[in-house]
Design a protein around this ligand. Structure first.
Ligand code: AMP
Length: 290
């Protein structure tokens, strides 16, 4: 496995690889490290659609609207590199912050996508998706991969990146990978290590509540607001949990759904704090015919 840490070395390495491997496909899996099986499933997907798999590890300061969340973000690059080697990653790029932002200067460019950031995490994390768009654009420009893989766990991020790639004509195929979960259903996340024992138990209510929410859409007496309330109540029955939002949205536009008409596709998404750790999850569904 190759490890390169500077943009210059990365560009040289990739130019060399392309010269020696004409017509071969290269894929990219962007991550913030502290890898788990969710990340490794993205690697598996990337390997299945390309001849050469790259993975970036960068805790992007631009996308943290909360400074303490950034400081507490878990890091273990040595372990990440071992996991990447075992998973068959071909190239890892774990740049130091100063490499991406020389002189600690943030980019002057500001990107925004008002339509897709009006709901879900957008209003609660000002600047977050703007930071994601910038760093993803930068990595796509640096690597110029044929394919890039993102997890559906970060559903809004995925929708924004798909639109970003379309709007800027990045010549890359965006591939979505399903959410990988722990045994009790909790979505894997690098942040889960920050939960204490009780918090970890209560966090397991999040996927259970989402499943109950999906079922509740089948009852024609329930409005979208009723379903959201049911999910919120189940999550908050865990005393360590505090719901930030539960929203039923259209999976394409991410706009709030006003009616549960039979056959309607939807995304039920949640953000909650457990032990003051912010966790997100979502499930897709279709309102059944009565
Ligand atoms: P992160 O390191 O949290 O920025 O995540 C890097 C990539 O891994 C993103 O595309 C995430 O959506 C994806 N990811 C994170 N957790 C999971 C999971 N549990 N299952 C599948 N993909 C995930």
């Amino acid at each position: 496995m190759n490890v390169v840490r500077t943009r210059e070395d990365l560009r040289k390495f990739l130019a060399d690889w392309r010269r020696k491997n004409p017509g071969k496909r290269m894929s990219l899996v962007p991550t913030m490290g502290y890898l788990h099986d969710g990340h490794l499933s993205l690697v598996g997907r990337a390997k299945s659609v390309s001849d050469f798999t790259s993975l970036s590890i960068f805790v992007n300061p631009l996308q943290f609207n909360d400074a303490s969340d950034y400081e507490k973000y878990p890091v273990n690059t040595d372990r990440d590199l071992e996991l990447c080697a075992a998973a068959g990653v071909d190239l890892v790029f774990p740049p130091a912050p100063v490499e991406m932002f020389p002189g600690k200067k943030s980019p002057a460019l500001v990107m925004s996508m008002p339509d897709l950031t009006k709901t879900l995490c957008g209003p609660f994390r000002p600047g977050h998706f703007e930071g994601v768009m910038l760093i993803v654009s930068r990595f796509l420009n640096l690597f110029q991969p044929d394919a890039a893989v993102f997890g559906a766990k970060d559903f809004q991020q995925l929708a924004i990146i798909r639109r970003l790639v379309r709007d800027l004509d990045f010549p890359v195929e965006i591939i979505a990978a399903p959410t990988i979960r722990e045994k009790d259903g909790l979505a894997m996340s690098s942040r889960n290590v920050r939960l204490d024992e009780q918090g970890r138990e209560h966090a397991g209510l999040i996927p259970r509540a989402l499943k109950m929410g999906l079922k509740a859409t089948a009852d024609s007496r329930n409005s979208p607001g009723d379903v959201e309330e049911i999910v919120k109540d189940i999550i908050e029955s865990g005393t360590k949990n505090r719901v930030e939002y539960v929203q039923l949205v259209d999976p394409e536009t991410l706009e709030r759904i006003s009616e549960l008409t039979p056959g309607r596709r939807f995304l039920l998404a949640v953000a909650a704090y457990t032990n003051n750790v912010r966790l997100i999850d979502n499930m897709e569904g279709t309102v059944p015919d009565q």
